[in-house]
Design a protein. Structure first.
Ligand code: HEM
Ligand code: NAG
Ligand code: NAG
Length: 451
């Protein structure tokens, strides 16, 4: 009798629980459908490529060459078109200077639908933060990038670069082609560790290499997640093999960050090291973070501190690695420009064999080549915002508050009206005369506005 009662109440419990879950699922679905309708209706006046009933444009975007796919869409749909990652996240994808200006000159917040995917990894650092807290951190960290802090970095860059070139000289003897991306990545991480994170002269250790591999993994997984709507929900994603791999790689990255922070804190315990820092006129990034400025109660919490270190560790080497790799690719493709750069540098150096801060400003042709390579291969090809108030574009079409915007920097940089023969590598596009006549939002490899 007793066990019958028990099983009755148990089955009733199961019934209630299933009912409850069903209602939750239903509410979530209704919420998503409403949101979808709102986003879609807002973009009514923007025609775009056909959408798959389930995947939206995700299938096209997942394929290699998807950046060029968007360029071909841009030809078909001038200024802007809707872009759907699955059914519930729909952006207005823009790639025209006046459209870019309308949004990026006013400082709308980041689109959390995209940037929240970063949270597990880099937390709420400068890249993801909003509002007063963003402003506070930004103000706090700006002096860490004062010219006087940056100047001595040039010697570090030169040293790490020489180490990379030595490696390549050996590899070149084998007379086989090899992938440079990974070596450039190690060089970039090595300079970052030494400059921004005050690491000694030891070069990359085992832990740094593990970190480097974890970040390669994380960037790929992030991209894949964004494009796969079934992965958008945190709870579901963490249960999948990809999600678990993401969490494991996050753990590796966080261990690395904690180690960097621990080592610097330990160094600060040392009396001599503290004196050295107090004597410095300009503090570096990590000095500032670790509370050199904390007397006014603006000390960062541990979570904030880790988020900033993780953010800079990622942003500081991933972008530069891809920027430098693509630049070298361009130089390899166009030996005539490579030779002009070499001549320019040889002339500046004279009989010296290493570069100094003052030399950089004299490298005008090299700078134009770097900009042209940023135009063709922007290290950050797409950035996202959510409108905090309505916007009306130059052609009279408008979007309401809450709409999602994707600025496609890659397609913007290939607009044939602004950049005649856009696929041609021509550094003279960045001569002072040519720059003077150009729309200020036509070239934005570093995004624009307050962010
Ligand atoms: C070629 C090199 C680089 C490129 C092309 C680049 C590009 C960008 C872009 C496009 C954004 C805006 C992102 C958005 O709007 O969502 C950004 C933000 C940011 N970048 Fe870079 N970046 C580069 C190098 C670096 C380096 C070396 C560091 C650090 C040492 C860094 C740290 C940051 C930070 C902290 C932010 C967020 C700023 C804020 O919102 O206040 N970046 N970067
Ligand atoms: C390129 O920019 C010009 C001038 O801003 C604009 O008229 C044109 O529609 C743009 N092309 C595309 C493909 O967006
Ligand atoms: C709240 C607080 O501690 N404010 C101090 C900030 O620092 C200045 C001097 O740098 C002090 O005068 C303030 O009292």
């Amino acid at each position: 009798m007793g066990s019958l009662m028990f099983s009755l109440s148990l089955s009733r419990l199961v019934l209630w629980a299933s009912g409850f879950i069903l209602v939750l699922v239903f509410l979530k679905l209704a919420h998503l459908l409403l949101r979808r309708q709102k986003l879609a209706r807002a973009m009514d006046s923007f025609p775009g490529p056909p959408t798959h009933w389930l995947f939206g444009h995700a299938l096209e975007i997942q394929q290699t060459g998807s950046l060029d796919k968007v360029v071909s869409w841009a030809h078909q749909f001038p200024y802007a078109h809707p872009l759907w990652f699955g059914q519930f996240i729909g952006f207005l994808n823009i790639y025209e200077p006046d459209y870019a200006k309308a949004v990026y000159s006013r400082g709308d917040p980041k689109a959390s639908d995209v940037y929240d995917f970063f949270l597990q990894w880099i937390g709420r650092g400068l890249l993801v933060l909003e509002g007063p807290k963003w402003f506070q951190h930004r103000k706090l960290l700006t002096p860490g990038f004062h010219y006087d802090v940056l100047k001595p970095y040039v010697a570090v860059f030169a040293e790490s670069t020489c180490a990379m070139l030595d490696k390549w000289e050996k590899k070149a003897c084998e007379d086989k082609s090899f992938d440079i991306f990974c070596d450039v990545g190690h060089m970039a991480l090595d300079t970052l560790m030494k400059c921004t994170f005050g690491k000694g002269n030891s070069g990359l250790g085992h832990r740094d290499n593990t970190y480097y591999r974890a970040v390669s993994d994380l960037t790929l997984l992030m991209q894949q997640r964004l494009e796969s709507f079934q992965y958008h929900n945190d709870f579901i994603y963490w249960l999948t093999p990809h999600g678990r791999r993401f969490l494991r790689a996050c753990q590796v990255a966080h261990d690395h960050t904690d180690q960097v922070i621990r080592e610097r804190k330990a160094a600060l315990q040392n009396e001599k090291e503290r004196e050295k820092i107090q004597k410095k006129r300009h503090l570096d990034f990590l000095d500032i973070l670790l509370g050199a400025l904390d007397e006014n109660g603006s000390k960062l919490s541990d979570a904030d501190l880790r988020a900033e270190v993780d953010t800079f560790m990622f942003e500081g080497h991933d972008t530069t690695t891809s920027g430098i790799s693509w630049f070298l690719y361009c130089m390899a493709l166009y030996p005539e420009h490579q030779n002009r750069c070499r001549e320019e540098i040889c002339e500046i150096l004279g009989d010296r064999d290493t570069i100094q801060w003052d030399d950089l400003g004299k490298m005008t042709y090299l700078t134009m080549c770097i900009k042209e390579s940023f135009r063709l291969y922007p290290p950050v090809p797409q950035v996202y915002r959510q409108l905090s108030k309505p916007v009306t574009f130059v052609d009279g079409r408008s979007l309401p508050e809450g709409s999602l915007i994707s600025l496609h920097i890659y397609a913007l940089h290939r607009n044939g009206t602004v950049w005649p023969d856009p696929e041609v590598f021509d550094p003279l596009r960045f001569s002072p005369e040519n720059v003077a006549g150009r729309h200020p939002f036509a070239f934005m490899p570093f995004s624009a506005g307050p962010r």
